[in-house]
Design a protein around this ligand. Structure first.
Ligand code: UDP
Length: 237
């Protein structure tokens, strides 16, 4: 029995880069694709939102003197490259997919059309949302919250790279850091916890979308979360 029937899986750019921390590493993506297939085989409807930080972040460009909006558009393009790489890996192992981009580029992907995305999900296709929200100054975390609300997803799965949930301090730096099993969206905002940016948090809170933060680097974790195992940190309410 699965706990969540329709999910939005947020995969950060970092997760696609492996240990290098940057760039696109097909063998790493192939591993993630296998994990996604295992959940797809359970009949779960899966939408994926790709980040782009492994290739380019708008903020970094702005820090180096670029106009922020221009740099952000480059970031959105980076998410499209990741989306295509993920599509390639999934289709390699027989998972039907569609990429939908928030900014039209019809030669390589469908434009984002909400009703079409839902139809694809109903037909068992994994839908990859690329291009973020299509707007500068936003993040792919916000995209995950927005798309989850739009398609009535049961949950957002925030797949993290090497961190197994939300802590009260950085577990890589503070030995006494303690993991939360559950939190509210308001806790995240009030305590300033590093889960998603505040726009994404408020959007998730306002639309009552639960969030599970978990470690992507442990085999089988996506399936375990979908089947309702209490791993990671669950955020609700
Ligand atoms: N971005 C944007 N609008 C969006 C989503 C993303 O401008 O709606 C840009 C932004 O510059 C961001 C980059 O795309 O830095 C990559 O996305 P993000 O940083 O969210 O990726 P992640 O950290 O998940 O890899």
């Amino acid at each position: 029995m699965v706990k969540y029937k329709r999910i939005v899986l947020k995969v950060s750019g970092e997760a696609l880069a492996g240990e290098a921390g940057f760039g696109i590493k097909p063998p790493v993506i192939a591993e993630i694709a296998k994990e996604i297939k295992a959940v797809h085989d359970l009949g779960v409807e899966i939408a994926i939102v790709c980040g782009g930080g492994n290739v380019w972040r708008g903020e970094t460009g702005a820090e180096m003197g670029m106009e922020r909006a221009q740099a952000d558009y480059m970031g959105m393009l980076a998410t499209v490259m990741n989306g295509l790489a993920l599509q390639d890996s999934l289709e390699n192992i027989g998972v039907p997919t569609r990429v939908q981009t928030s900014i039209e580029m019809r030669q390589i992907a469908e434009p984002y059309i909400r009703r079409k995305a839902v139809r694809h999900l109903e037909k068992g296709r994994v839908v990859i949302f690329a291009g973020g929200t299509g707007n500068p100054y936003f993040s792919t975390d916000t995209t995950a919250a927005l798309r989850a609300a739009e398609i009535n997803a049961d949950v957002i799965l925030m797949a993290k790279n090497g961190v197994d949930g939300v802590y009260d301090a950085d577990p890589n730096k503070v030995a006494t850091a303690t993991k939360f099993d559950s939190l509210t969206h308001l806790d995240i905002i009030n305590k300033g916890l590093n889960v998603m940016d505040s726009t994404a948090s408020t959007l998730s809170m306002d639309n009552d979308i639960p969030l599970v933060v978990f470690n992507l680097n442990e085999a089988d974790n996506i399936r375990r979360v979908v089947e309702g195992e209490n791993i990671g940190t669950t955020i609700r309410g």
